[in-house]
Design a binder for this molecule. Structure first.
Ligand SMILES: NC(=O)C1=CN([C@@H]2O[C@H](COP(=O)(O)OP(=O)(O)OC[C@H]3O[C@@H](n4cnc5c(N)ncnc54)[C@H](OP(=O)(O)O)[C@@H]3O)[C@@H](O)[C@H]2O)[C@@H](O)CC1
Ligand SMILES: [K+]
Length: 479
């Protein structure tokens, strides 16, 4: 697991470390790493380092100080460094002095645009973990002139460090070099951060606020049959999805469950014939009441939100096994919360809302702080909540939260959620902790999406088809 800490926790840890570290030492460690990355980017983009031009955007705090010190280090490699000070009177004193001593140039805010346009690399030291609200207008105005690659110091300015939300103009970095620990912005705003490199400056932190699953975590969690396993011991998952008119959701959810593990898949609903035709290995029946025993249910995609859907949901919630309630099931729960009375409170429930379903469940949209929103919903429903979005957030009622950072946006396609719910259900049936099941499913789902897309639009069937490749890739990295 990769730990992610809020800026409040990072600041407290930095204060503890600063108290036992010689003055300026932490900043020099941070700045030296920045300079190494800047040189690497110059070499990558221009073929050389010496003689290239770097322009620093320098705010009034230590983030700007990092940039100024990095500029001084780059001067040693004969880089032409210019610094635009957003607040000259409050620029970091020792950093500014070091840059001037090294032969770096300080340019006025008015002249800034031409220096930005001439740069081979722009270093964003406008603001770091003390950022509040949208970028100030003078900083925002400078960004309009940036066309060179951008290296962000600690985080891309203009993006909220704790939520990843962007409100107005913001830096879009090619690379972000961050210090001590990952902050939420790095997991929640991948498109603004670019490639993220974490530099150890000696920070010591306890339990993270947020986590991200490593491929190794997913590989370790994913059920793999042993010699003594059979189709039952791997978990039997029931899928209550789709309708005679709209069988697609059933085919996708059941298919994903088939591909996720080697356990057995039962299907119950009006699309039984179509599901059987597509997936002969699925045991399909017309109703949940005669589906037979399962270790977990997936319920909701395409079942409708009327009386029948409600009764199906009530039935599966009363079976005493984990349930993944998706799509129409979340809408039913939002409109008729009494269906949850059927649930044994000790059996896990996973809700998988997108933003619209979340609003129905909670009465307001997720808002900028999607982690807090998912946590609140998890507490309210005493359920694991997988909040879909570009970055999927999974929160448990006990407060654990993880983020799945995708590699692209190809997953946003019709039926993609049905595939995800099948994956979650199969992992629940295999007995995984529901929070980990949802997180691991989201990880493999997004990996399958990017493998299927490979740079061009894909479909839910494409994502489904790429699940074996995604699982092979996850497992190969650790075997
Ligand atoms: N501590 C350490 O050990 C280490 C810290 N390190 C580095 O320090 C960074 C944190 O530095 P920091 O706390 O000095 O503040 P920082 O983020 O630079 O903000 C400066 C000022 O910007 C302003 N401002 C606020 N919002 C704004 C906005 N939206 N748009 C524009 N301006 C805005 C606001 O000033 P105001 O104008 O409100 O008076 C604020 O005070 C951290 O990210 C890392 O890079 C590393 O060197 C490692 C060691
Ligand atoms: K920055």
């Amino acid at each position: 697991m990769q730990g992610i800490w809020t800026t409040e926790r990072i600041r407290a840890a930095e204060d503890r470390l600063l108290a036992v570290t010689p003055d300026g030492e932490l900043m020099r460690r941070a700045a030296f790493a920045l300079a190494v990355h800047a040189a690497e980017m110059l070499a990558e983009h221009t073929g050389s380092v010496s003689g290239r031009r770097v322009t620093l955007l320098v705010g009034s705090g230590n983030n700007g100080g990092d940039a100024l010190w990095a500029g001084a280090f780059l001067r040693r490699r004969n880089v032409a460094v210019s610094a635009i000070l957003l607040k000259p009177e409050r620029a970091h004193g020792p950093g500014l002095a070091a840059l001037k001593r090294s032969g770096g140039k300080v340019v006025s805010l008015e002249d800034g645009p031409q220096w930005i346009r001439r740069a081979d690399l722009v270093v964003d030291g406008i603001v770091g973990i003390s950022a509040r609200g949208p970028l100030r207008p003078d900083a925002a105005a400078l960004l309009e002139h940036v066309s060179a690659p951008v290296l962000a110091v600690d985080l891309p300015s203009g993006v909220d460090p704790d939520t990843g939300a962007v409100d107005g103009p913001a830096v879009v970095a090619d690379r972000t070099v961050t210090f001590g620990a990952l902050k939420p912005v790095h997991a929640l705003a991948p498109a603004s951060c670019g490639e993220v490199s974490l530099v150890d400056i000696g920070l010591r932190l306890s339990e993270p606020d947020l986590q991200r699953l490593d491929t190794a975590d997913v590989a370790a969690a994913w059920p793999v049959p042993g010699p003594d396993d059979d189709k039952y011991s791997q978990g039997v998952v029931g899928v209550a999805a789709g309708s005679a008119t709209y069988p697609g959701a059933a085919v996708l959810a059941a298919g994903a469950a088939v591909r996720a593990t080697s356990g057995l898949v039962r299907y119950a609903g009006h699309a039984a014939d179509v599901v059987r035709g597509q997936w002969p290995e699925v045991i399909a029946t017309g109703s949940v009441t005669d589906a037979g025993r399962v270790q977990a249910w997936v319920v909701g995609p395409g079942i409708g939100t009327g009386h029948e859907g409600r009764e199906v949901l009530r039935f599966v919630l009363g079976r005493g096994v984990p349930v993944c309630a998706d799509a129409d099931a979340t809408t039913i729960i939002a409109r008729s919360p009494d269906v949850l009375d059927a649930r044994d409170p000790d059996t896990p429930l996973v809700l998988t809302p997108h933003a619209g379903e979340f609003e129905r469940l909670m009465g307001s949209p997720p808002g900028a702080d999607r982690v807090a929103a998912a946590r609140a919903a998890a507490r309210k429903y005493d359920a694991v909540v997988l909040l879909k979005g570009h970055c999927t957030v999974v929160a448990a009622p006990d407060g654990r939260a993880l983020v799945n950072t995708p590699r692209g946006s190809w997953l946003a396609t019709a039926g993609s959620g049905d595939v995800l719910s099948g994956l979650v259900g199969a992992l629940l049936a295999a007995g995984l902790d529901p929070w980990l099941a949802a997180g691991a499913a989201a990880h493999v789902h997004s990996l399958a999406g990017s493998l299927a897309a490979d740079g061009a639009p894909t479909s839910a069937s494409g994502i489904l088809g790429a699940i074996p490749d995604a699982l092979r890739s996850v497992r190969s990295l650790t075997s």
